[in-house]
Design a protein around this ligand. Structure first.
Ligand code: AHR
Length: 502
Protein backbone atom coordinates (compact mmCIF):
# COMPACT_ATOMS: atom_id res chain seq x y z
CA UNK A 1 0.00 0.00 0.00
CA UNK A 2 1.12 3.56 -0.71
CA UNK A 3 0.33 6.95 0.76
CA UNK A 4 1.52 10.23 -0.73
CA UNK A 5 1.39 13.45 1.23
CA UNK A 6 2.01 16.74 -0.54
CA UNK A 7 3.20 19.67 1.53
CA UNK A 8 3.90 23.36 0.91
CA UNK A 9 4.19 26.42 3.06
CA UNK A 10 1.27 27.93 1.19
CA UNK A 11 -0.93 25.10 2.47
CA UNK A 12 -0.59 26.55 5.99
CA UNK A 13 -4.06 27.24 7.35
CA UNK A 14 -3.58 27.78 11.07
CA UNK A 15 -1.04 28.45 13.78
CA UNK A 16 -1.24 25.90 16.57
CA UNK A 17 -2.41 27.44 19.82
CA UNK A 18 -0.33 25.66 22.45
CA UNK A 19 -3.52 25.24 24.52
CA UNK A 20 -4.48 22.53 22.02
CA UNK A 21 -2.33 20.29 24.22
CA UNK A 22 -4.15 21.04 27.44
CA UNK A 23 -5.11 18.52 30.06
CA UNK A 24 -7.62 18.18 32.87
CA UNK A 25 -7.43 17.58 36.62
CA UNK A 26 -10.66 17.06 38.52
CA UNK A 27 -11.20 16.29 42.19
CA UNK A 28 -12.15 12.74 41.23
CA UNK A 29 -10.90 9.34 42.30
CA UNK A 30 -7.12 9.21 42.73
CA UNK A 31 -6.15 12.11 40.49
CA UNK A 32 -5.22 14.46 43.31
CA UNK A 33 -4.96 12.33 46.45
CA UNK A 34 -2.68 9.40 45.71
CA UNK A 35 -1.94 10.82 42.26
CA UNK A 36 -0.29 14.20 42.08
CA UNK A 37 -0.32 14.57 45.88
CA UNK A 38 0.87 11.85 48.24
CA UNK A 39 2.99 12.94 51.22
CA UNK A 40 3.49 9.24 52.06
CA UNK A 41 5.08 8.43 48.71
CA UNK A 42 8.87 7.93 48.91
CA UNK A 43 9.51 10.46 46.15
CA UNK A 44 7.27 13.33 47.24
CA UNK A 45 8.55 16.88 47.74
CA UNK A 46 8.30 19.10 50.83
CA UNK A 47 4.69 20.00 49.92
CA UNK A 48 3.63 16.38 49.44
CA UNK A 49 3.62 16.45 45.64
CA UNK A 50 5.04 13.41 43.89
CA UNK A 51 8.24 14.30 42.06
CA UNK A 52 7.98 11.37 39.64
CA UNK A 53 4.51 12.54 38.61
CA UNK A 54 5.78 16.09 38.16
CA UNK A 55 8.50 14.80 35.83
CA UNK A 56 6.05 12.71 33.82
CA UNK A 57 3.59 15.61 33.50
CA UNK A 58 6.42 17.87 32.32
CA UNK A 59 7.13 15.32 29.61
CA UNK A 60 3.61 15.90 28.30
CA UNK A 61 4.35 19.59 27.82
CA UNK A 62 0.80 20.60 28.65
CA UNK A 63 0.45 24.39 28.99
CA UNK A 64 -3.02 24.54 30.52
CA UNK A 65 -4.93 22.29 32.90
CA UNK A 66 -8.68 22.49 33.35
CA UNK A 67 -9.62 22.54 37.06
CA UNK A 68 -11.35 21.58 39.41
CA UNK A 69 -13.95 19.74 37.28
CA UNK A 70 -15.77 18.24 35.46
CA UNK A 71 -18.87 17.14 37.26
CA UNK A 72 -17.17 18.04 40.53
CA UNK A 73 -17.33 21.76 39.78
CA UNK A 74 -21.13 21.71 39.84
CA UNK A 75 -21.08 21.33 43.62
CA UNK A 76 -17.75 23.06 44.24
CA UNK A 77 -17.50 25.61 47.04
CA UNK A 78 -14.22 27.33 46.36
CA UNK A 79 -14.23 28.95 49.82
CA UNK A 80 -13.77 25.45 51.29
CA UNK A 81 -10.53 25.06 49.36
CA UNK A 82 -8.67 28.23 50.41
CA UNK A 83 -7.06 29.53 53.61
CA UNK A 84 -5.38 27.51 56.36
CA UNK A 85 -5.61 23.81 55.51
CA UNK A 86 -6.43 22.78 59.09
CA UNK A 87 -9.54 24.97 59.03
CA UNK A 88 -10.89 23.63 55.75
CA UNK A 89 -14.02 21.48 55.95
CA UNK A 90 -14.28 17.90 54.73
CA UNK A 91 -17.19 17.88 52.30
CA UNK A 92 -19.28 15.33 50.46
CA UNK A 93 -19.03 15.47 46.70
CA UNK A 94 -22.35 14.58 45.08
CA UNK A 95 -20.97 14.06 41.60
CA UNK A 96 -18.63 11.17 42.46
CA UNK A 97 -20.14 10.14 45.81
CA UNK A 98 -16.80 10.79 47.49
CA UNK A 99 -15.39 12.76 50.40
CA UNK A 100 -13.34 15.83 49.54
CA UNK A 101 -10.86 16.63 52.35
CA UNK A 102 -9.84 19.97 50.77
CA UNK A 103 -6.19 19.40 51.61
CA UNK A 104 -5.18 20.27 48.10
CA UNK A 105 -7.09 23.44 47.31
CA UNK A 106 -6.81 26.30 44.91
CA UNK A 107 -3.46 27.66 46.14
CA UNK A 108 -1.82 24.23 46.37
CA UNK A 109 -3.01 23.24 42.93
CA UNK A 110 -1.90 26.54 41.44
CA UNK A 111 1.55 26.06 42.98
CA UNK A 112 1.66 22.55 41.52
CA UNK A 113 0.80 23.77 38.01
CA UNK A 114 3.87 26.02 38.20
CA UNK A 115 6.03 23.01 39.08
CA UNK A 116 4.83 21.32 35.86
CA UNK A 117 5.25 24.49 33.75
CA UNK A 118 1.54 24.83 33.22
CA UNK A 119 -1.37 27.07 34.18
CA UNK A 120 -4.98 26.72 35.29
CA UNK A 121 -8.04 26.79 33.05
CA UNK A 122 -10.39 27.62 35.93
CA UNK A 123 -14.07 26.69 36.17
CA UNK A 124 -16.92 28.33 38.05
CA UNK A 125 -19.81 26.40 39.57
CA UNK A 126 -23.02 27.07 37.64
CA UNK A 127 -24.76 24.01 39.06
CA UNK A 128 -25.49 24.91 42.67
CA UNK A 129 -24.23 28.49 42.42
CA UNK A 130 -24.34 31.50 40.12
CA UNK A 131 -23.45 35.13 39.44
CA UNK A 132 -22.48 36.20 42.92
CA UNK A 133 -20.21 33.25 43.56
CA UNK A 134 -18.49 33.59 40.17
CA UNK A 135 -17.95 37.28 40.83
CA UNK A 136 -16.45 36.54 44.25
CA UNK A 137 -14.17 33.83 42.89
CA UNK A 138 -12.76 35.99 40.12
CA UNK A 139 -12.31 38.83 42.60
CA UNK A 140 -10.36 36.42 44.83
CA UNK A 141 -8.25 35.09 41.96
CA UNK A 142 -7.70 38.00 39.59
CA UNK A 143 -8.50 41.31 41.29
CA UNK A 144 -5.62 43.56 42.26
CA UNK A 145 -7.51 46.34 44.08
CA UNK A 146 -8.38 46.89 47.73
CA UNK A 147 -11.46 44.71 48.18
CA UNK A 148 -12.72 41.99 50.50
CA UNK A 149 -11.89 38.90 48.40
CA UNK A 150 -8.65 40.31 47.00
CA UNK A 151 -7.59 41.06 50.56
CA UNK A 152 -8.65 37.59 51.66
CA UNK A 153 -6.32 36.15 49.03
CA UNK A 154 -3.53 38.37 50.39
CA UNK A 155 -4.31 37.16 53.91
CA UNK A 156 -3.98 33.63 52.56
CA UNK A 157 -0.44 34.41 51.49
CA UNK A 158 -0.91 35.48 47.85
CA UNK A 159 -0.24 39.19 47.44
CA UNK A 160 -0.28 38.98 43.64
CA UNK A 161 -3.45 37.98 41.83
CA UNK A 162 -3.35 34.57 40.13
CA UNK A 163 -4.57 36.19 36.90
CA UNK A 164 -6.20 33.08 35.46
CA UNK A 165 -6.87 33.87 31.82
CA UNK A 166 -9.22 31.11 30.65
CA UNK A 167 -12.41 30.25 32.57
CA UNK A 168 -15.14 27.66 32.03
CA UNK A 169 -18.73 28.65 32.73
CA UNK A 170 -19.78 25.46 34.51
CA UNK A 171 -19.57 21.93 33.17
CA UNK A 172 -21.84 19.77 30.99
CA UNK A 173 -24.93 21.68 32.02
CA UNK A 174 -26.94 19.80 29.36
CA UNK A 175 -26.43 16.50 31.21
CA UNK A 176 -29.26 15.30 33.47
CA UNK A 177 -26.56 13.76 35.71
CA UNK A 178 -25.14 17.20 36.40
CA UNK A 179 -25.82 18.70 39.82
CA UNK A 180 -27.94 21.73 38.94
CA UNK A 181 -28.61 20.61 35.34
CA UNK A 182 -30.40 23.27 33.30
CA UNK A 183 -32.16 23.61 29.98
CA UNK A 184 -30.38 25.48 27.20
CA UNK A 185 -32.15 28.83 27.51
CA UNK A 186 -31.93 28.83 31.29
CA UNK A 187 -28.21 28.01 31.13
CA UNK A 188 -27.51 30.41 28.25
CA UNK A 189 -29.10 33.32 30.15
CA UNK A 190 -27.19 32.47 33.32
CA UNK A 191 -23.90 32.08 31.42
CA UNK A 192 -24.48 35.45 29.81
CA UNK A 193 -25.04 37.24 33.12
CA UNK A 194 -22.11 35.46 34.76
CA UNK A 195 -19.88 36.35 31.80
CA UNK A 196 -20.85 40.01 32.05
CA UNK A 197 -20.13 40.09 35.78
CA UNK A 198 -16.80 38.28 35.45
CA UNK A 199 -15.60 40.46 32.59
CA UNK A 200 -16.52 43.55 34.58
CA UNK A 201 -14.08 42.41 37.25
CA UNK A 202 -11.39 41.43 34.72
CA UNK A 203 -11.88 42.23 31.04
CA UNK A 204 -8.72 40.35 30.00
CA UNK A 205 -10.24 36.90 30.64
CA UNK A 206 -11.54 34.46 28.02
CA UNK A 207 -14.69 32.49 28.72
CA UNK A 208 -15.72 29.02 27.61
CA UNK A 209 -19.45 28.33 27.54
CA UNK A 210 -20.72 24.73 27.75
CA UNK A 211 -21.66 23.00 24.54
CA UNK A 212 -23.06 19.47 24.57
CA UNK A 213 -21.48 16.80 26.70
CA UNK A 214 -21.37 14.55 23.66
CA UNK A 215 -22.61 14.21 20.11
CA UNK A 216 -25.01 11.49 21.25
CA UNK A 217 -27.04 13.86 23.44
CA UNK A 218 -30.62 14.24 22.16
CA UNK A 219 -30.30 17.97 22.66
CA UNK A 220 -27.09 18.26 20.59
CA UNK A 221 -27.34 21.08 18.06
CA UNK A 222 -30.32 22.78 19.62
CA UNK A 223 -28.36 23.16 22.83
CA UNK A 224 -25.46 24.94 21.09
CA UNK A 225 -27.83 27.19 19.11
CA UNK A 226 -29.97 28.20 22.05
CA UNK A 227 -27.05 28.75 24.41
CA UNK A 228 -25.16 30.88 21.90
CA UNK A 229 -28.29 32.86 21.08
CA UNK A 230 -28.29 33.96 24.72
CA UNK A 231 -24.62 34.72 25.34
CA UNK A 232 -22.75 35.02 22.01
CA UNK A 233 -21.33 38.50 22.54
CA UNK A 234 -20.02 37.84 26.05
CA UNK A 235 -18.24 34.49 25.62
CA UNK A 236 -15.21 33.46 23.57
CA UNK A 237 -15.28 29.68 23.20
CA UNK A 238 -17.88 26.93 23.00
CA UNK A 239 -16.92 23.60 24.56
CA UNK A 240 -17.08 20.09 23.09
CA UNK A 241 -16.76 16.87 25.07
CA UNK A 242 -16.43 13.36 23.66
CA UNK A 243 -15.03 10.04 24.78
CA UNK A 244 -14.38 7.15 22.39
CA UNK A 245 -14.28 3.40 22.89
CA UNK A 246 -14.12 -0.02 21.29
CA UNK A 247 -16.96 -1.75 23.10
CA UNK A 248 -17.63 -3.95 20.09
CA UNK A 249 -14.01 -4.97 19.66
CA UNK A 250 -14.02 -3.91 16.00
CA UNK A 251 -10.52 -2.61 15.26
CA UNK A 252 -11.19 -1.09 11.80
CA UNK A 253 -14.19 0.79 13.12
CA UNK A 254 -12.37 1.85 16.28
CA UNK A 255 -9.44 3.29 14.33
CA UNK A 256 -11.95 5.35 12.34
CA UNK A 257 -13.56 6.95 15.40
CA UNK A 258 -11.64 10.15 14.72
CA UNK A 259 -14.01 10.61 11.73
CA UNK A 260 -16.67 11.19 14.39
CA UNK A 261 -14.50 13.80 16.07
CA UNK A 262 -13.93 15.46 12.70
CA UNK A 263 -17.67 15.73 11.99
CA UNK A 264 -18.43 16.82 15.53
CA UNK A 265 -15.98 19.72 15.24
CA UNK A 266 -17.22 20.69 11.75
CA UNK A 267 -20.82 20.59 12.96
CA UNK A 268 -20.19 22.73 16.02
CA UNK A 269 -18.15 25.19 13.95
CA UNK A 270 -21.08 25.51 11.55
CA UNK A 271 -23.48 26.16 14.43
CA UNK A 272 -21.22 28.89 15.84
CA UNK A 273 -21.03 30.51 12.44
CA UNK A 274 -24.78 30.25 11.91
CA UNK A 275 -25.36 32.21 15.11
CA UNK A 276 -22.66 34.66 14.02
CA UNK A 277 -24.50 35.25 10.72
CA UNK A 278 -27.84 35.55 12.45
CA UNK A 279 -26.49 38.08 14.89
CA UNK A 280 -24.77 40.02 12.07
CA UNK A 281 -21.62 40.27 14.17
CA UNK A 282 -17.92 40.18 13.29
CA UNK A 283 -17.11 38.20 16.39
CA UNK A 284 -16.10 34.56 15.87
CA UNK A 285 -16.56 31.95 18.57
CA UNK A 286 -13.74 29.41 18.66
CA UNK A 287 -13.89 25.91 20.10
CA UNK A 288 -12.54 24.40 23.28
CA UNK A 289 -12.57 20.59 23.03
CA UNK A 290 -12.04 20.53 26.76
CA UNK A 291 -12.76 16.85 27.38
CA UNK A 292 -11.56 14.23 24.95
CA UNK A 293 -10.11 10.79 25.45
CA UNK A 294 -10.82 7.08 25.35
CA UNK A 295 -13.22 5.81 28.03
CA UNK A 296 -14.80 2.40 27.91
CA UNK A 297 -12.61 -0.13 29.74
CA UNK A 298 -13.85 1.05 33.15
CA UNK A 299 -17.36 2.28 32.23
CA UNK A 300 -19.92 1.72 34.96
CA UNK A 301 -17.50 2.01 37.89
CA UNK A 302 -18.86 5.43 38.70
CA UNK A 303 -22.41 4.09 39.20
CA UNK A 304 -21.12 1.26 41.38
CA UNK A 305 -19.28 3.62 43.75
CA UNK A 306 -21.38 4.13 46.86
CA UNK A 307 -18.62 4.25 49.44
CA UNK A 308 -18.32 7.97 50.13
CA UNK A 309 -14.58 7.63 50.67
CA UNK A 310 -11.61 9.89 49.99
CA UNK A 311 -9.93 9.15 46.64
CA UNK A 312 -11.69 5.90 45.67
CA UNK A 313 -10.38 3.91 42.70
CA UNK A 314 -12.56 5.31 39.91
CA UNK A 315 -12.33 5.32 36.10
CA UNK A 316 -8.84 3.84 36.15
CA UNK A 317 -8.71 2.91 32.48
CA UNK A 318 -5.81 0.72 31.43
CA UNK A 319 -4.99 1.61 27.84
CA UNK A 320 -3.65 -0.76 25.22
CA UNK A 321 -1.81 -0.34 21.94
CA UNK A 322 -4.94 0.15 19.80
CA UNK A 323 -5.99 2.94 22.18
CA UNK A 324 -2.64 4.66 21.53
CA UNK A 325 -3.28 4.48 17.78
CA UNK A 326 -6.71 6.04 18.24
CA UNK A 327 -5.23 8.80 20.41
CA UNK A 328 -2.82 9.47 17.52
CA UNK A 329 -5.75 9.76 15.06
CA UNK A 330 -7.62 12.06 17.45
CA UNK A 331 -4.58 14.32 17.88
CA UNK A 332 -4.18 14.56 14.11
CA UNK A 333 -7.88 15.44 13.84
CA UNK A 334 -7.49 18.23 16.40
CA UNK A 335 -4.57 19.58 14.35
CA UNK A 336 -6.72 19.43 11.21
CA UNK A 337 -9.09 21.84 12.95
CA UNK A 338 -6.46 24.07 14.55
CA UNK A 339 -8.00 27.09 12.84
CA UNK A 340 -11.03 26.83 15.14
CA UNK A 341 -10.06 24.49 17.98
CA UNK A 342 -7.80 26.66 20.10
CA UNK A 343 -8.09 24.75 23.36
CA UNK A 344 -8.35 21.01 23.90
CA UNK A 345 -7.95 19.08 27.14
CA UNK A 346 -7.04 15.44 27.34
CA UNK A 347 -9.35 14.14 30.06
CA UNK A 348 -7.68 13.47 32.40
CA UNK A 349 -4.07 13.52 33.63
CA UNK A 350 -3.24 11.09 36.45
CA UNK A 351 -4.93 7.77 37.39
CA UNK A 352 -8.39 8.70 36.08
CA UNK A 353 -8.68 8.16 32.29
CA UNK A 354 -5.04 9.06 32.39
CA UNK A 355 -1.72 8.79 30.56
CA UNK A 356 0.08 8.63 33.94
CA UNK A 357 -0.60 6.04 36.66
CA UNK A 358 0.60 5.76 40.23
CA UNK A 359 0.67 2.73 42.48
CA UNK A 360 -0.08 2.70 46.17
CA UNK A 361 3.46 1.47 46.88
CA UNK A 362 4.82 4.69 45.40
CA UNK A 363 5.65 3.59 41.86
CA UNK A 364 4.63 5.48 38.73
CA UNK A 365 4.24 4.36 35.11
CA UNK A 366 3.16 5.71 31.76
CA UNK A 367 0.32 4.30 29.69
CA UNK A 368 0.50 3.55 25.96
CA UNK A 369 -1.40 6.77 25.24
CA UNK A 370 1.22 8.92 26.96
CA UNK A 371 3.64 8.67 24.07
CA UNK A 372 1.71 9.93 21.02
CA UNK A 373 0.40 12.81 23.14
CA UNK A 374 3.89 13.74 24.33
CA UNK A 375 5.30 13.64 20.82
CA UNK A 376 2.58 15.81 19.33
CA UNK A 377 2.60 18.31 22.21
CA UNK A 378 6.38 18.64 22.10
CA UNK A 379 6.84 18.84 18.33
CA UNK A 380 3.45 19.68 16.79
CA UNK A 381 3.89 23.42 17.09
CA UNK A 382 3.94 26.12 14.44
CA UNK A 383 1.88 26.21 11.25
CA UNK A 384 -0.41 23.35 10.32
CA UNK A 385 -0.40 22.43 6.63
CA UNK A 386 -3.57 21.18 4.94
CA UNK A 387 -2.94 17.47 4.39
CA UNK A 388 -3.29 16.71 0.66
CA UNK A 389 -2.91 12.98 0.82
CA UNK A 390 -3.47 10.31 -1.80
CA UNK A 391 -4.17 6.97 -0.16
CA UNK A 392 -6.59 4.05 -0.38
CA UNK A 393 -9.68 4.12 1.77
CA UNK A 394 -11.82 1.50 3.51
CA UNK A 395 -15.39 1.19 4.74
CA UNK A 396 -16.26 0.03 8.24
CA UNK A 397 -19.36 -0.25 10.38
CA UNK A 398 -19.86 3.44 11.08
CA UNK A 399 -17.84 5.18 8.35
CA UNK A 400 -17.22 5.07 4.62
CA UNK A 401 -14.07 6.15 2.75
CA UNK A 402 -11.80 6.14 5.76
CA UNK A 403 -8.21 6.90 4.77
CA UNK A 404 -5.92 3.97 5.48
CA UNK A 405 -3.31 6.47 6.63
CA UNK A 406 -4.27 9.46 8.79
CA UNK A 407 -1.59 12.14 8.57
CA UNK A 408 -0.73 15.80 8.99
CA UNK A 409 2.39 17.97 8.72
CA UNK A 410 3.37 20.92 10.88
CA UNK A 411 5.95 23.54 9.98
CA UNK A 412 7.74 24.04 13.27
CA UNK A 413 9.53 27.35 12.77
CA UNK A 414 10.97 27.40 16.27
CA UNK A 415 12.87 24.15 15.74
CA UNK A 416 13.25 24.80 11.99
CA UNK A 417 11.72 21.40 11.34
CA UNK A 418 8.99 19.86 9.29
CA UNK A 419 7.15 17.46 11.59
CA UNK A 420 4.85 14.80 10.15
CA UNK A 421 2.52 12.63 12.20
CA UNK A 422 0.92 9.54 10.70
CA UNK A 423 -1.16 6.57 11.79
CA UNK A 424 -1.18 3.57 9.52
CA UNK A 425 -4.67 2.23 10.20
CA UNK A 426 -4.26 -0.77 7.93
CA UNK A 427 -2.83 -4.20 8.59
CA UNK A 428 -0.52 -3.76 5.56
CA UNK A 429 2.86 -2.08 5.42
CA UNK A 430 2.71 1.35 3.74
CA UNK A 431 5.26 3.08 1.50
CA UNK A 432 4.80 6.66 2.63
CA UNK A 433 6.13 9.65 0.72
CA UNK A 434 6.08 13.31 1.65
CA UNK A 435 6.70 15.57 -1.34
CA UNK A 436 7.69 19.07 -0.41
CA UNK A 437 6.78 21.65 -3.06
CA UNK A 438 8.51 24.65 -1.57
CA UNK A 439 10.08 23.81 1.79
CA UNK A 440 13.75 22.82 1.26
CA UNK A 441 14.37 19.71 3.32
CA UNK A 442 17.80 19.14 4.78
CA UNK A 443 18.20 16.01 6.89
CA UNK A 444 16.27 13.53 9.01
CA UNK A 445 16.29 14.43 12.68
CA UNK A 446 14.15 11.55 13.87
CA UNK A 447 11.78 8.89 12.61
CA UNK A 448 9.99 7.46 15.61
CA UNK A 449 7.39 4.70 15.45
CA UNK A 450 5.16 2.67 17.75
CA UNK A 451 4.53 -0.62 16.03
CA UNK A 452 4.71 -4.37 16.24
CA UNK A 453 2.82 -4.78 19.51
CA UNK A 454 -0.16 -6.98 20.05
CA UNK A 455 -3.10 -4.66 19.57
CA UNK A 456 -4.33 -5.39 23.10
CA UNK A 457 -0.90 -5.01 24.73
CA UNK A 458 -0.94 -2.67 27.74
CA UNK A 459 1.84 -1.16 29.81
CA UNK A 460 2.07 -1.82 33.52
CA UNK A 461 4.13 -0.83 36.51
CA UNK A 462 6.41 -3.80 35.80
CA UNK A 463 6.72 -3.18 32.10
CA UNK A 464 6.46 0.02 30.10
CA UNK A 465 6.87 -1.87 26.85
CA UNK A 466 4.48 -0.10 24.46
CA UNK A 467 6.68 2.88 23.71
CA UNK A 468 8.08 4.54 20.56
CA UNK A 469 11.43 3.55 19.12
CA UNK A 470 13.51 5.07 16.35
CA UNK A 471 13.53 3.59 12.86
CA UNK A 472 16.00 3.87 10.00
CA UNK A 473 13.40 3.04 7.34
CA UNK A 474 13.47 6.52 5.86
CA UNK A 475 15.37 8.51 3.19
CA UNK A 476 15.27 12.01 1.71
CA UNK A 477 15.81 12.44 -2.00
CA UNK A 478 14.86 15.30 -4.35
CA UNK A 479 13.09 17.16 -1.57
CA UNK A 480 10.90 14.18 -0.91
CA UNK A 481 10.79 11.85 2.08
CA UNK A 482 10.21 8.11 1.66
CA UNK A 483 9.48 6.11 4.78
CA UNK A 484 8.02 2.74 5.63
CA UNK A 485 5.00 2.87 7.90
CA UNK A 486 4.61 -0.47 9.57
CA UNK A 487 1.14 -2.07 9.72
CA UNK A 488 -0.96 -0.61 12.54
CA UNK A 489 1.55 2.00 13.62
CA UNK A 490 1.91 5.49 15.09
CA UNK A 491 4.71 7.51 13.46
CA UNK A 492 6.45 10.84 13.91
CA UNK A 493 8.93 12.13 11.32
CA UNK A 494 11.09 15.18 12.06
CA UNK A 495 13.05 16.76 9.21
CA UNK A 496 15.43 19.70 9.49
CA UNK A 497 14.59 22.48 7.03
CA UNK A 498 17.43 24.21 5.20
CA UNK A 499 18.53 27.53 6.72
CA UNK A 500 17.94 29.32 3.39
CA UNK A 501 14.21 28.91 3.94
CA UNK A 502 14.10 31.26 6.93
O1 AHR B 1 -13.87 13.11 32.88
C1 AHR B 1 -14.83 12.47 33.66
C2 AHR B 1 -16.19 13.15 33.59
O2 AHR B 1 -16.71 13.05 32.29
C3 AHR B 1 -16.22 14.63 33.86
O3 AHR B 1 -16.29 14.93 35.21
C4 AHR B 1 -17.49 15.06 33.18
O4 AHR B 1 -17.45 16.40 32.78
C5 AHR B 1 -17.62 14.09 32.04
O5 AHR B 1 -18.90 13.58 31.96
Amino acid sequence: MEAKLKIAEEFAFAAVDSRLYGSFVEHLGRIIYGGIYDPEAPDSDEKGFRKDVIQAVKGLNTPIIRYPGGNYVSNYRWEDSVGPVEKRPKKIDLSWKSIEPNIVGLAEFEAWTKKVDSSINMAVNLGTRGIEDARNLIEYCNFDGDSYYANLRREHGHPEPYKFKTWCLGNEMDGPWQVGHKDAVEYGKLANEVAKAMKTVDDSIELVVCGSSGLEMDTFGDWELKVLEECYENVDFLSLHQYYGNEEDDLENYLAKSEGMDRFISGVTAICDAVKAKKKTDKTINLSFDEWNIWYHSKGEEEANKNWSVAPHLLEEIYNFEDALVIGCLLITLLKHADRVKIACLAQLVNVLAPIMTEENGEMWRQTTYFPFAQVSNYGKGKVLTPYVAVDTYDCKEWKNVKKVETIAVLNEELKELVVFAVNRSREMCRFSVDSLDIPLDFIVQFSEMEGFDIKQTNSVQNEMVIPKDSKNIVIEDNSISAVLQPLSWNMIRIKIQESFF
